[in-house]
Ligand binder design. Structure first.
Ligand SMILES: Cc1cc2nc3c(=O)[nH]c(=O)nc-3n(C[C@H](O)[C@H](O)[C@H](O)COP(=O)(O)OP(=O)(O)OC[C@H]3O[C@@H](n4cnc5c(N)ncnc54)[C@H](O)[C@@H]3O)c2cc1C
Length: 478
């Protein structure tokens, strides 16, 4: 009987595929459980792994792009999705877009050909025993979602994304915004004052903005408490002013001026780099969201780091439940990745899959889990998941607000332009991440050429874990 350490990965989407291959690469055996085609989801169309259900893009590339940094990190780690995406690429300007069927074929072939991975096509309905990665995604089957809720509590599982836009703190005009809590509560909020003409401009912009059309299967039924701001505006010009834009109790603390309406901004991350617009959950198209947001006084130059979304989802309240290394706080065997862990996007799902798979394998091998450096995009993302404000937690994608800022001036004391600061953050993050990979024996094999044969899995195991550098005590990394 084979006594090799073994883990289970549930779900072979963006996160689960990366998790299974990353774990197998660590030298453990993997049971990968995927319910398609036995049972399918309302959005998937095939039985292939890593199927992209909507757009075919893993986001913008390049050294001024936050997703570009995460792609570069996953390339350095040999992450399965990015590696095979590079080999499935189609021309798309500055984005890493792929031929979705080629990507899915390549990933499926790599997983199925892997000698340490056993694929089981069945719907899992109970939580697995032993080290495991849960990666069942936004359309987790109902029975499995119920099993998760039973273990973690109903309140800890969200079934709906009703997210508001989030802006970078450096792009808020602090000469306009003022700190104050409603009435005399703690001054934790930033407030944007709207006079009558400002409010009229806002109403005009939102009236002209276009919404995403919901998929048939997710016809949106809004709860009164999380009505999209555009829907409130449609109900009547005064409705937002009596709802999330209510000015009562928010007079200016210095001048005492009462405003016609006020938009409150709430801090999203512990470092105060990202602020969300309270009550501004929205399903508007992203370009139109930007137009609406930038009509608000103080946000004329807003850098929107995460746009609002309204769609069906299944995700944990990560800040209450997850360690930054992606294990549950109350069960060190159970790791969570992808959308279920509170990320948003194909790329983010695959990257957290890579980390969760690596750490679940390390758990099976009796090694400590790893935490990527905080200046890397993956390190920033997982720290956000475990450290964000748990109240009203909404999934997050890669963005520059997740990592510490660049200095405003260069070594010679010259002010750095935004693109130069981002390039600086990109170089810093990638250097830290590759150092982290090197320290733990996790660096990728040489890059996959674009014409690599499809039947050759790029992630075949190379060396046994005991050949690797010893892990430091406690959570590794940094
Ligand atoms: C309709 C829709 C459109 C989206 N569009 C985009 C987009 O355009 N761009 C983008 O970046 N992100 C998009 N997302 C968000 C998200 O990034 C993707 O859904 C991404 O695929 C998430 O990766 P994942 O691994 O977490 O989940 P998935 O890729 O969905 O993988 C989860 C897998 O788990 C399986 N599964 C579920 N329950 C069970 C069970 N009980 N037992 C066994 N297997 C199970 C599913 O069949 C699936 O294969 C979209 C989400 C939705 C719902």
């Amino acid at each position: 009987m084979d006594s090799r350490p073994r883990i289970t990965v549930v779900g072979a989407g963006m996160a689960g595929s990366d998790a299974a291959l990353a774990a197998a690469r660590q030298g453990v055996d993997v049971d990968l459980v995927e319910m398609r085609p036995v049972r399918t989801t309302p959005a998937h169309a095939t039985d292939r792994f890593a199927e992209m259900v909507c757009s075919n893009s893993l986001g913008g590339t390049g050294e001024t792009n936050a997703k570009g940094l995460l792609q570069a990190e996953m390339r350095a780690a040999g992450g399965a999705i990015v590696t095979h995406a590079d080999a499935s690429r189609v021309p798309a300007g500055g984005a890493l877009a792929v031929d979705r069927s080629v990507l899915a074929e390549r990933v499926t072939a790599a997983v199925e050909a892997h000698p340490r991975i056993t694929v089981r096509r069945e719907e899992l309905t109970t939580l697995p025993d032993g080290p495991a990665v849960l990666a069942t995604g936004p359309l987790t089957s109902d029975t499995f979602a119920a099993a998760i809720a039973e273990r973690l509590g109903e309140d800890f599982l969200g079934f709906y994304d009703a997210a508001a836009p989030i802006v970078d703190v450096d792009s808020i005009d602090m000469d306009v915004a003022y700190r104050k809590g409603r009435y005399d509560q703690a001054a934790d909020y930033l407030n944007l004052p709207l006079r009558e003409a400002d409010y009229a401009r806002f109403l005009e912009a939102i009236g002209e903005a276009r919404s995403h059309t919901p998929h048939d299967w997710e016809k949106l039924e809004f709860f009164e408490g999380c009505m999209p701001i555009e829907e409130l505006a449609r109900r009547g010009p005064e409705t937002p002013r009596f709802g999330p834009m209510k000015p009562v109790g928010l007079e200016h603390p210095e001048t005492g001026e009462r405003f016609h309406a006020v938009v409150q901004l709430r801090q999203e991350d512990a470092a105060g780099r990202m602020w969300s617009l309270v009550g501004f959950q929205t399903g508007l198209k992203w370009g139109d969201q930007k137009t609406v947001v930038t009509t608000l006084p103080g946000l004329e130059n807003a850098d929107v780091v995460r746009y609002g979304v309204m769609h069906r989802n299944t995700y944990l309240n990560a800040p209450r439940l997850l360690e930054a290394h992606l294990a549950l706080r109350n069960d060190a065997d159970l790791f969570v990745a992808g959308v279920l862990a509170g990320t948003e996007g194909y790329l983010e799902s695959s990257a957290t899959g890579w980390l969760a798979g690596t750490n679940a394998a390390r758990r099976a091998l009796g090694l400590d889990p790893l935490l990527p450096p905080e200046t890397s995009m993956l390190g920033g993302l997982v720290r956000f998941l475990s450290g964000a404000n748990p109240d009203g937690f909404q999934p997050m994608n890669a963005n520059w607000g997740l990592v510490p800022n660049a200095p405003k001036k260069d070594d010679a004391g010259r002010r750095m332009a935004k693109k130069d600061r981002r390039a600086w953050m990109f170089a810093r993050g990638l250097e830290a991440f590759t150092g982290f990979l090197g320290a733990h024996g996790l660096a990728a094999a040489p890059a996959v050429p674009n014409d690599a044969p499809q039947d050759a899995p790029q992630d075949a195991p190379k060396d046994a874990p005991h050949d690797r550098a010893p892990a430091p005590a406690g959570v590794g990394g940094d």
